[in-house]
Design a binder for this molecule. Structure first.
Ligand code: HEM
Length: 460
């Protein structure tokens, strides 16, 4: 680790001990461009220049960027009680309201407890057949030789999967409506979170922000329709939505709003992340023919032409390794942050309350100290034997500690089943010349989509 004595920045009071970092306040960057340049580049620069921990300021805000597993463990696990989610997450309340991602303390614990049964280990296998059916339906609509934007296909597929499995709802044609509205919101997201007083502006609605409000209203309409239909039918499928409805029996506007926040949070957290993981996986497979061949060989050998089922998962080992390696290189949750409630110590440093602490899966997962030859796509890094050698907190696509992703098992199963079901019939090839660039929005999206040629494997 970087030694504390190196390049120490001290507050005039001398009370705090800051890590090395930018001397210049980064407010100028924000003012000049209204938002910082690609934050991943900034993080990579900080890690390259200052090592395990770096400090900078934007206006009066202290920000510390961490790039060492020990520091990350310290914040997410050991000192977790001293931290809440950082400002960007707080600001996403404009869209998510008070759902599980943005809630803190007792409210967060209560929400997590209500949702937990839907993510229980015993419950997850019941979702498998729905996931497979949805994928079979989608793969049946593809035509040999077609050019498709796989990123859009994966978004629609995972939206349908979340709606059906967790909310017992068939979105039907609404899937396009919902996906389009969410896309609009994502496009505005980076811009919005940098605006001073954005929460207030959203209510006043200057022209640029009217699009955000309109898109949010469209999403709300779909979600409220879903809630209303379930209430009308008095359904008791044991779905997540039923669990949430049981906790929110009255129809007061406050209660409906609260319910809406819960539903929308799971919706957004549960589909966009998986969709991106899958798009990046298809891209990486298409660029690594040997891995791609091994992937198809395993699917063919283990499934012998039948549709996959939950029980096949333990044997689809390589498929799982491919997905894990893909989330190393292109982690859908590319960075996370916390905000200190009180002064705190971190290694040799002493930092003030209200410091923002950032860490980036994208940067850490590509650190050659922990992942030799880091840019090489190599699923063998996640073989059962190699996994035991992985240092903790160097690979954390699902976060860690009490706020670790509640959907991890759901997502891992979904990813493997969807990949196997599609890969059984189709080979996907990136269109020559199609630009591929990660865009760090709320999740890590392919900036220009993922245009691919789909080839029927039986015809190859
Ligand atoms: C590849 C897929 C996924 C990735 C990479 C991912 C990643 C993450 C990460 C990193 C966090 C922690 C954020 C933080 O601590 O600041 C998180 C939290 C969360 N995720 Fe996921 N997630 C995925 C899939 C899902 C799915 C499928 C669902 C639900 C269906 C889901 C629901 C949630 C929720 C509700 C939280 C908040 C948990 C809490 O604060 O207690 N995620 N996810």
């Amino acid at each position: 680790m970087v030694s504390a004595a190196q390049n120490r920045l001290e507050e005039p009071s001398g009370r705090y001990r800051f890590p090395p970092g930018f001397q210049r306040n980064l407010m100028w960057l924000v003012l000049r461009r209204l938002r910082p340049a690609n934050p991943i580049h900034l993080f990579q620069h900080l890690a390259g220049e200052y090592g395990d921990i770096a400090h900078y300021k934007i206006a009066w805000n202290h920000i510390v960027f961490l790039n060492h597993p020990e520091y990350i463990r310290e914040i997410l696990v050991v000192q977790n009680d001293n931290f809440i989610k950082e400002r960007t997450v707080q600001r996403s309340k404009m869209l998510l309201g008070e759902g599980m991602i943005t809630a803190e303390g007792a409210q967060h614990r209560a929400q997590r407890q209500v949702a937990q049964p839907a993510f229980h280990r015993q419950r997850i296998p019941q979702y498998a057949s729905t996931m497979i059916q949805e994928t079979v339906r989608m793969r049946g609509r593809w035509r040999d030789g077609e050019q498709r934007d796989i990123a859009i296909d994966m978004m629609h597929l995972t939206l349908n999967v979340v709606a059906k499995t967790l909310f017992a709802t068939d979105l039907g044609d609404e899937v396009d409506e919902l996906a389009d509205a969410i896309n609009r919101i994502m496009g505005l997201y980076n811009f919005l979170i940098m605006l001073p007083a954005a929460e207030w502006l959203v209510h006043v609605r200057p022209p640029g922000l009217a699009a955000f409000v309109r898109a949010r209203r469209r999403i709300d309409a779909v979600v409220y329709r879903m809630i209303e239909a379930h209430r009308r039918e008095h359904s008791d499928t044991g779905s997540l939505l039923d669990l949430m409805l049981a906790e929110s029996p009255d129809h007061s506007p406050g209660s409906e709003r609260y319910l809406r926040d819960q539903v929308i949070t799971i919706f957004l957290a549960g589909y966009e992340t998986v969709a991106n993981a899958l798009s990046w996986t298809w891209y990486l497979l298409s660029q690594n023919p040997e891995c791609e061949q091994r992937f198809h060989d395993e699917v063919d050998a283990e499934l012998a032409g039948r549709q996959p089922a939950y029980d096949d998962l333990p044997r689809l080992r390589y498929v799982g390794m491919v997905m894990a390696e893909s989330m190393r290189l292109y982690p859908p949750a590319w960075a996370m942050g916390r905000y200190a409630r009180n002064d705190f110590r971190l290694g040799d440093f002493f930092l003030p309350a209200k410091t923002t602490v950032l860490m980036s899966q994208f940067v850490m997962h590509r650190d050659p100290r922990f992942f030799p030859d880091p840019l090489r796509f190599d699923p063998e890094r996640f073989s059962p034997e190699a996994k035991t050698r992985l240092a903790k907190f160097t690979y954390f696509p699902f976060g860690a500690g009490v706020r670790q992703c509640i959907g991890e098992s759901f997502a891992s199963m979904e990813g493997a089943l969807l990949l196997a079901t599609i890969g059984q019939k189709w080979k996907l090839k990136l269109l020559p010349g199609h630009p591929v660039e990660p865009e760090p929005l709320i999740t890590l999206r392919p900036k220009y989509g993922m245009r691919m040629l789909v080839q029927a494997r039986e015809k190859i």
